[in-house]
Design a protein around this ligand. Structure first.
Ligand SMILES: CC/C=C\C/C=C\C[C@@H](O)/C=C/C=C/C=C\[C@@H](O)CCCC(=O)O
Ligand SMILES: [Zn+2]
Length: 609
């Protein structure tokens, strides 16, 4: 009986042992039941012995109601054991393999999910924009696929998948796969999907809702509820340009379609790189395309993460650091090198805040034994990871050297899952003729906590303009006219306005009268830009501006994106005046949050279950 967190040599977050018998394909046939909030049906798993002596296959599962397990060929029932549930990691499912000559198996599992499956969010009509129909969406990264599918829930295992999903007639079903036809029957609608490219379980995704769509490019359709479809089509109109630029940088796009799904506001992340169908938060809908860099980020994952995948989440920086690095290169090519460097430079202060908050657990490669990846999640693998790659680029002679290397690395490791040593060795081999690589301190960069040991020499043209604005504002005593005017501010890019607010947030708490002026100059109470609103609310909280508290609670009760909600909850918790209300508000709303948000905010607020 397993009672402690998994401790496999390959993945400390999974019970599975693909080194003995590995899953080679997944074929789902599930019915969506909105009344019971469950998915029910069958999964057929293709499996292959890796160790010829193995006689069982080990899977991950979490709160699944397993009804029967059988050999698909002979229909013979297979005996299995489901271990006790280990908090946050689920249960180990051990299935005896049928005795036969061949090393290949087809195992059928009839099962149902639990209404509180951690990987699914079931929304009531009132939680959607249309207020008429329920909605279902998934978020499987890092380890929540096991709450929906009995599988080897480790990024070390990649498989193709197929799915047949039955849902009520008026609903659209979308998955991280290509659509393979659908038919409407009196009993409901049946949709078929096929994903031929092998991928890890965390990239399987499903959304079911009453939606509309608009084609916005030759390979891109944007989906959302009717209420957001026009805004979404406008906001993401540059997707094909971003995708083409990414192909120039990284090589051919192998996934066929690149669709976008704009989810209801409770979606916990900015975006999730589900293949063929990126999921995004509606907080990207700024009205001026200023937050569409998140789409470039998700596009970049089509190579970094989805094609070349971290072997387990201790090497998450291989997914995210590379993705931010490519995302900024896309921006560099589409806008300017100054914008590319501005993004990298200004995110150093976001990185610094997180490094200071987390202290010692801030290395690039992390130890996840006994720690759930959702708990370890932070901006560090993103920003420290991209800083490392930018440093490596400068050491080997710049983009003209680094970009061909990146293409070669993607080509070499596509469809595989790798760890940091694989990358390091490939880099060293590729640049073996360059003496400069001897000076790279791999140990410090990869394994030491803290800020990056070297900060690249970024172009600061766009940042200097912001520094001047900040200095004028900071030196101002708050009397008379504001030294910065709305006319001047409107001429700045949204990212520059964001950076100015970031600096104000980092400075000492501001007098409220000065903040009133700042509000009117930046038009902050009216802004549609969620980044600006987020920083504005934090600045107001830091100033202990009591009149703003109700607005803050209203926002954190509608928006689920953790990037915003977690720091705001932490700030509200820090101030004694709002602490109790923050805890009570969280307790009253946690059942409407996705599992990952409730799990991490509870930890931020020191609340045990
Ligand atoms: C050092 C980190 C170690 C382990 C973390 C592993 C997995 C992280 C897991 O919690 C899931 C992450 C999913 C991320 C999805 C999208 C993000 O890129 C969004 C970033 C924040 C945002 O923009 O809202
Ligand atoms: Zn990412």
């Amino acid at each position: 009986m397993e009672t402690t967190p998994p401790l496999s040599d390959l993945d400390p977050s999974s019970f599975s042992k693909p080194e003995l018998v590995k899953v080679t394909s997944i074929d789902l046939n599930l019915n969506v039941n909105f009344d019971k909030k469950i998915l029910a049906g069958t999964v057929l798993l293709g499996a292959q012995k890796v160790d010829p002596k193995a006689n069982e296959i080990i899977l991950d599962s979490m709160k699944l109601n397993i009804l029967s397990i059988y050999d698909v060929e002979t229909k013979q029932e297979l005996s299995y054991e489901l271990s006790q549930n280990v908090k946050d990691f689920g249960s180990k499912l051990t299935i005896q393999l049928p005795k036969k000559e061949s090393n290949n198996f087809q195992i059928g599992i009839d099962y149902e999910t639990s209404p509180d499956a951690t990987g699914l969010q079931w929304l009531s009509p009132s939680e959607t924009a249309g207020h008429k129909h329920p909605y279902l969406f998934s978020q499987f990264q890092p380890t929540h696929a096991r709450s929906v599918i009995p599988c080897q829930d480790t990024p070390g295992v990649k498989t193709p998948y197929k799915a047949t999903i039955s849902a009520p007639q008026e609903f659209t079903v979308l998955m991280s796969a290509l659509q393979d036809g659908s038919k409407t029957l009196p009993t409901g609608k049946i949709s078929h999907f096929v994903q031929k490219v092998p991928m890890p379980s965390y990239l399987i995704a499903i959304a079911v809702g009453v939606m509309e769509s608009r084609q916005i490019g030759p390979r891109t359709t944007v989906w959302s509820e009717k209420e957001l479809i026009e805004e979404s089509a406008y906001e993401f109109a540059n997707t094909e340009h971003q995708l083409k630029t990414a192909e120039d940088l990284c090589g051919p796009y192998v996934w066929g379609k690149y669709d976008l799904l704009v989810l209801p506001p409770s979606f916990p992340y900015g975006g999730m790189e589900n293949p063929c169908l990126t999921f995004v938060t509606p907080t990207l809908l700024a009205g001026d395309r200023s937050l569409a860099n998140v789409i470039a980020h998700e596009i970049a994952h089509s190579w970094t993460g989805n094609l070349v995948t971290n072997r387990n989440f201790e090497h998450f920086w291989l997914n995210e650091g590379f993705t931010v690095f490519i995302e900024r290169k896309i921006k560099g090519r589409l806008e300017s090198l100054q914008s590319q460097d501005f993004d990298a430079y200004t995110h150093l202060s976001v990185l610094r805040e997180e490094v200071n908050r987390r202290g010692k657990h801030t290395s690039l490669v992390v130890d996840l034994k006994g720690t759930h990846p959702d708990e370890a999640f932070s901006i560090i693998p993103y920003e420290k990871g991209q800083t490392f790659l930018r440093y490596l680029e400068s050491v080997i002679g710049g983009p003209a050297e680094m970009e061909p290397f990146l293409r070669s690395y993607f080509e070499q490791y596509k469809y595989q899952s790798i760890d940091t040593d694989v990358f390091k060795n490939y880099f060293k081999k590729y640049f073996a003729n360059k003496q400069e690589i001897e000076k790279i301190d791999w140990q410090t960069w990869l394994h030491a906590p803290g800020m990056p040991p070297v900060v690249p020499n970024y172009d600061k043209t766009l940042a200097i303009i912001c520094d001047e604005f900040f200095d004028k504002y900071n030196k101002w005593d708050g009397t008379g006219e504001s030294p910065i005017t709305s006319k001047e501010v409107q001429k700045l890019m949204a990212s520059q306005q964001i950076y100015i607010l970031q600096q104000i947030l980092e400075a000492d708490p501001q007098p409220i009268d000065k903040l009133k002026q700042l509000d009117s100059v930046f038009n902050l109470d009216q802004t549609k830009n969620a980044e600006l609103l987020f920083l504005w609310l934090r600045i107001c909280l830091k100033a202990q501006w009591k009149d703003k508290i109700d607005a803050m609670f209203r926002w954190i009760n509608t928006v689920g994106r953790m990037k915003y909600v977690r720091p705001l909850y932490r700030d509200l918790f820090k101030w004694e005046f709002t602490r109790r209300r923050a805890i009570e508000n969280f307790k009253a709303n946690r059942q409407n949050m996705m599992h990952v948000s409730a799990f991490t905010i509870a930890k931020d607020l020191n609340i045990e279950k």
